[in-house]
Ligand binder design. Structure first.
Ligand code: HEM
Ligand SMILES: [Ca+2]
Length: 311
């Protein structure tokens, strides 16, 4: 397939680390069992890595070891809620025992996200490998500039994902990621209590009442720790996200607007009616996300620990 970036391939580690995908799966199995919210966290981790400086494991670099004044990438405001970086480290250390110095943290992030989707009942996506790791993280400023704001609308999202080569259908499909996981109250306070345009107005009133009950105004402490489910089947990768959005129960502005925008409404209805169509389109969107800004060949490095750049 000629749309695969140069340097990535489906058999990249076949000779050098054939057990890679088994190790990833085996290491994650207890993680998913002990904490069913892990799948959502690992899928979002991939998005936030790939969206900032490309799929290069930049998000894994620890905050500490720098004398710079700028807080690094992970400290970006929009990385609030990012979790499970330690699971990637755990996979990496098992892999280093079997095939030292060969497998990038960037590939492990993508494989972990792929497992997260599959274990939750979503499509099994076969991904080309061969990404390499960055030698540095971005600044938190650059990360905040690259990641979407919680009040992103459909047009914003279409242009963001068009930069990764996604079609409108693929953009609608990748947003189906919000079939998993949660949103913390702080990300919807404006939508709930200071609505402008379509944001608050078009919500199912019972759902709005529920969100307001979960996220009361004027309680700053609870705003940081309280959250709501992105869709009612938060652990299952299904097309309920689309059905739910059609019922005016979208949590974020983007979730609410997808069924309202003329460019995306028909696609939402199709994915709500047919989960095979959703899964197929999601697979192709996921691959495009996984190709973002990849370092291959002799660009970048293979880190020996994912959270740390060896000189
Ligand atoms: C316009 C684009 C997007 C916007 C504005 C957006 C925004 C958000 C926000 C605000 C949250 C809540 C985070 C929190 O409060 O902890 C969230 C959660 C999440 N997002 Fe997105 N997102 C977008 C696209 C994506 C994409 C492309 C993916 C995956 C490929 C994704 C996967 C997730 C997942 C899985 C969660 C749940 C995380 C968890 O439960 O820990 N999102 N998103
Ligand atoms: Ca990155």
């Amino acid at each position: 397939n000629n749309s695969i970036p140069k340097g990535l391939s489906y058999n990249f580690y076949n000779k050098t680390c054939p057990q890679l995908e088994d190790i990833v799966r085996a290491t994650l199995a207890p993680v998913f069992t002990n904490d069913p919210t892990s799948a959502a966290a690992l899928l979002r981790l991939m998005f936030h890595d790939c969206q900032v400086q490309g799929c290069d494991a930049s998000i894994l670099i620890d905050v500490s070891n720098s004398a710079s004044l700028e807080p690094p990438e992970l400290g970006a405001k929009k990385n609030f809620g990012i979790r499970k970086r330690e699971s990637i480290n755990q996979i990496k250390s098992r892999i280093e025992e079997e095939c030292p110095g060969l497998v990038s943290c960037a590939d492990i992030i993508v494989l972990a996200a792929r497992e997260a989707v599959a274990i939750s009942g979503g499509p099994r996506i076969i991904v080309p490998l061969g990404r390499r790791d960055s030698i540095s993280a971005s600044s938190s400023e650059d990360a905040d500039a690259s990641l979407p704001a919680p009040d992103f609308g459909v047009d914003d999202a279409l242009s963001l994902f068009a930069k990764l080569g996604m079609t409108t259908r693929e953009t609608v499909a990748i947003m189906g990621s919000h079939t998993l996981g949660v949103t913390h109250c702080l990300n919807i306070m404006d939508r709930l209590y200071r609505p402008s345009d379509v944001r608050g107005s078009n919500m199912d009133p019972r759902f709005e009442a529920l969100l307001k009950f979960s996220c009361p105004e004027n309680i700053p402490f609870s705003q940081n720790i309280s959250f709501v489910l992105n869709d009612p089947s938060t652990f299952i990768f299904d097309n309920l996200y689309y059905k739910n959005s059609l019922q005016r129960r979208g949590v974020l502005r983007i979730d609410a607007e997808l069924p309202l925008n003329t460019r995306t409404a028909g696609i939402v209805e199709q994915f709500a009616a047919n989960s095979d169509d959703f899964f197929q389109e999601f697979g192709s969107a996921f691959l495009k996300l996984s190709y973002a800004g990849v370092l291959t060949g002799n660009h970048g490095i293979i880190r020996s620990m994912c959270n740390f750049v060896d000189n």
